[in-house]
Design a binder for this molecule. Structure first.
Ligand code: GLA
Length: 408
């Protein structure tokens, strides 16, 4: 009987591993660049040759990532979002890039991106059409997975427009299998739970985490602070469910970084960077790296903040405090018993003093207290016992982020 049970356990674990995502990718949140938020579905290459969805845009961004320090800071993926494809599949039923905008084809573009030491991402849709109206993958999952692998694609974002949401818990895992079957490690980003949420279906995050490396949970980010706040609200509301599935290989995706675009102030940009870091979120910038101003570039390149985002624990932080003065504190457990915290301000008033102790933030007891480092402004703050008061000045719609390491 025991033998039979043991056999069953082995069999079940085999089936699970064969059916699950098996690519060894995204052990820390993926970092890179994605076209959608900043460049949308601009297909007018005649009038806007530098800003349209075409091969030049992605080559330009790859160049900037390498030459302006983004690659060295960890940004790796150059991701094509919607509107890259031709409206028709080719005679063999394969997706093909729009020939005018991608005259060299996606394979050549992948070669170029790889030659710069980066990786290429692409976009498709689970339904009959992409959200922008280009050919969907329904009925073509295997051939599309093979095509992407042949082209040398390294990441796939699969959207969920024009699809029956109820079929997603079977359908997305079919794409996982098709990607696994290609033998090429392709990071898989699923929009599946976002479409379930929109249809008032509770996502099965265990199943999602088994099949996807990252997944969108909530509405699209727009170029506005209000949009950033809405996403943070949703993460706070769902934090227990979402934090439970954040781990190496599987991360919640609150959508792109809009730092360096038109709407965020410098303080708001620091706040988005700090929040995405504490949430263990993918760091996918959507901005114009050719014209980004130095203060935003510096925020995106903040090594200390990136290091917290990339902490190998893969844990997502949670909101642990809200004050009457519109401040919130979010904390995240890091490896080696360290912790990170963000003091996030929703105030529309003046810079304000915020005081707390590590004890108040529920940091675990240590024999000698913690050494505290302000990662937003890159300066050591000294050693603190659990009950000692820490004092910060937090700007309106801004954030202060610090790391606390137990003193050995
Ligand atoms: C959806 C997605 C966006 C983007 C667009 C493209 O709205 O959520 O991130 O990919 O489609 O059409």
């Amino acid at each position: 009987m025991v033998k039979m049970l043991q056999c069953l356990v082995v069999l079940v674990s085999l089936v699970v591993s064969v059916h699950g995502l098996d690519n060894g990718l995204a052990l820390t949140p993926p970092m890179g660049w994605m076209s959608w938020e900043r460049f949308r579905c601009n297909i007018d290459c005649k009038n806007q040759p530098n800003d349209c969805i075409g091969e030049k845009l992605f080559m330009d961004m790859a160049d900037r990532m390498v030459e302006d320090g983004f690659k060295d800071a960890g940004y790796e993926y150059v991701n094509i979002d919607d509107c890259w494809a031709s409206k028709e599949r080719d005679s063999a039923g394969k997706l093909q890039a729009d020939p005018d905008r991608f005259p060299s084809g996606i394979k050549k573009l992948a070669d170029y991106v790889h030659s710069r030491g980066l990786k290429l991402g692409i976009y498709n849709d689970f339904g009959t059409k992409t959200c922008g109206g280009y050919p969907g993958s329904l009925g073509h999952l295997e051939v599309d997975a093979k095509t992407f692998a042949e082209w040398g694609v390294d990441m796939l974002k699969m959207d969920g427009c024009y699809a029956d949401v109820k079929t997603m818990p079977q359908g997305y895992p079919n794409m996982t299998k098709a990607l696994n079957a290609t033998g090429r490690p392709i990071l898989f980003s699923c929009s599946w739970p976002d479409y379930e949420r929109a249809s008032k279906i509770q996502p099965d995050y265990k199943l999602i985490a088994k099949n996807c490396n990252i997944w969108r949970n909530y509405i699209d980010i727009q170029d506005s602070w209000d949009s950033v706040l809405k996403i943070i609200d949703y993460y706070a509301q769902e934090q227990d469910t979402l934090a439970a599935v954040s781990a190496p290989g599987s991360f919640n995706d609150p959508d792109m970084l809009i730092i360096g675009d038109f709407s965020l102030s410098v303080e708001q940009a620091k706040a988005q960077m700090a929040m995405w870091s504490i949430l263990a979120a993918p760091m996918l910038m959507s901005n114009d790296l050719r014209t980004i101003s130095p203060e935003f570039r510096e925020i995106l390149l903040n090594k200390e903040v990136i290091q917290i985002n990339q902490d190998p624990s893969g844990k997502m932080g949670k909101r642990v405090m809200q004050t009457q003065s519109h401040m919130e504190v979010w904390t995240r457990e890091l490896s080696s018993n360290a912790l990170a915290a963000v003091i996030f301000s929703r105030s529309q008033s003046a810079p304000a003093i915020f005081e707390t102790t590590l004890e108040n933030l529920k940091f675990p007891t240590t024999s000698k207290g913690y050494s505290v480092f302000d990662v937003t402004d890159n300066k050591p703050l000294g050693n603190y016992a659990l009950n000692e008061t820490l004092s910060f000045i937090v700007n309106p719609s801004g954030a202060v982020m610090f790391k606390a390491t137990p003193i050995a």
